[in-house]
Write a protein that binds this ligand. Structure first.
Ligand code: PEP
Ligand code: MN
Length: 341
């Protein structure tokens, strides 16, 4: 349920309303937006008397929320959530440009790519240390050693790091990591999501390859219900009957998720297509659709990449893509915010 407050509400009356609702075991979430102030309630509201609430001095309107997701619901929080990592922002008009290899392979490799993607305009470095592979015989990632290499690349370039966690037991290695990624295969690993709700670090939550928008938002709700509201949703393609691409990029995810939720939405055109030749056009589509960022696999030597070489682009191709994405994005939505050093 959401309670819309009158424009000039009395703070003392609001405090006593919140105290009364808390005494009835409701969780209260106050969202003071640019145009509206909303008090969101979580709990069994079936016994609450809506007319009684509506009659209160400070209340403009009261609405039930039918969707099962509450915290991440746009109705709970009308303004865009902005995620900030060391001065770099995603959401609310700030474009996240996340780039790097599928897998971290060596310190030299990740540092070289980090320098190149930074020069091309990236504001985050990605790289997998713990790798979810379809075959147990494929390269499984450098694991904690890979995390150390990512931190070395951060030291060299200043780029904040995005990397994937696969299991709660790995969390101790993520202390210095800036943004934790939950991959498509773990979107409904509810124990992992609950654990990530307890920490205070941004999470990139990728859409399960056969998950509905509601399922994705419910997974985000799991993290948010624990108190960690810094969540970035990522559309990375879904399974369809079409074998020509690795997955099918569902571009409608961008405007739809942004309508349903206040969380930033980014697109991963690399896993969505599985083809390096399609990455630029799908990045442009993402920008035009209003994505808050893109996450692209970039490798210094794609044919010899240890994983996902077929969908990785070179640093030069990344630069070309970023330049075009910025043009589309600023044409449609205004200035692309740049980090000020
Ligand atoms: C990745 O980003 O390297 C990855 C494994 O992505 P996804 O979970 O989307 O397959
Ligand atoms: Mn990959």
């Amino acid at each position: 349920m959401v309670i819309l407050l009158k424009k000039s509400y009395d703070k003392a009356q609001l405090d006593s309303l919140i105290a009364w609702l808390k005494s009835k075991n409701f969780e209260c979430h106050l969202s003071e937006g640019t145009s509206k102030t909303i008090l969101g309630l979580i709990g069994d509201t079936s016994t609450l008397d809506i007319d009684l609430l509506k009659a209160m001095d400070i209340v403009e309107d009261v609405k039930r929320i039918i969707e099962p997701y509450k915290n991440v619901n746009r109705r709970f929080h009308p303004d865009d959530t902005v995620i900030e990592v060391g001065g770099t922002k995603i959401g609310g008009g700030n474009l996240g440009l996340i780039a790097g290899p599928c897998s971290v392979e060596s310190t030299e490799q990740i540092v070289e790519i980090a320098k190149k993607v930074k020069a091309a305009g990236a504001n985050f470095l990605r790289g997998g240390a713990y790798k979810p592979r379809s075959s147990p015989y494929s390269f499984q990632g450098l694991r904690d050693k890979g995390i150390k290499m990512l931190l070395e690349a951060k030291k060299e370039t200043g780029l904040p790091i995005v990397t994937e966690i696969m299991d709660i037991s790995q969390l101790e290695h993520f202390e210095e990591i800036d943004v934790i990624q939950v991959g498509t295969r773990n979107m409904q690993n509810f124990e992992l999501l609950k654990e990530l709700g307890k920490i205070r670090k941004p999470i990139v939550l990728k859409r399960g390859m056969s998950a509905t928008f509601e399922e994705l938002l419910m997974s985000a709700e799991y993290i948010s219900a624990g108190g960690n509201t810094q969540i970035i949703l990522c559309e990375r393609g879904i399974r369809t009957f079409e074998p020509a691409t690795r997955n099918t990029l569902d571009i409608s995810a961008v405007p739809l998720l942004k309508k349903l939720s206040h969380l930033p939405v980014i697109v991963d055109p690399s896993h969505a297509t599985g083809k390096s030749s399609l990455v630029k056009s799908m990045s442009l589509a993402a920008a035009a659709a209003g994505a808050d960022g893109i996450m692209i696999e970039v490798h210094n030597d794609p044919p010899n990449a240890w994983s996902d070489g077929q969908q990785s682009i070179t640093p030069d191709e990344f630069k070309d893509t970023v330049d075009a994405v910025k043009k589309i994005w600023s044409f449609c939505y205004g200035v692309v915010n740049e980090k000020k050093d």
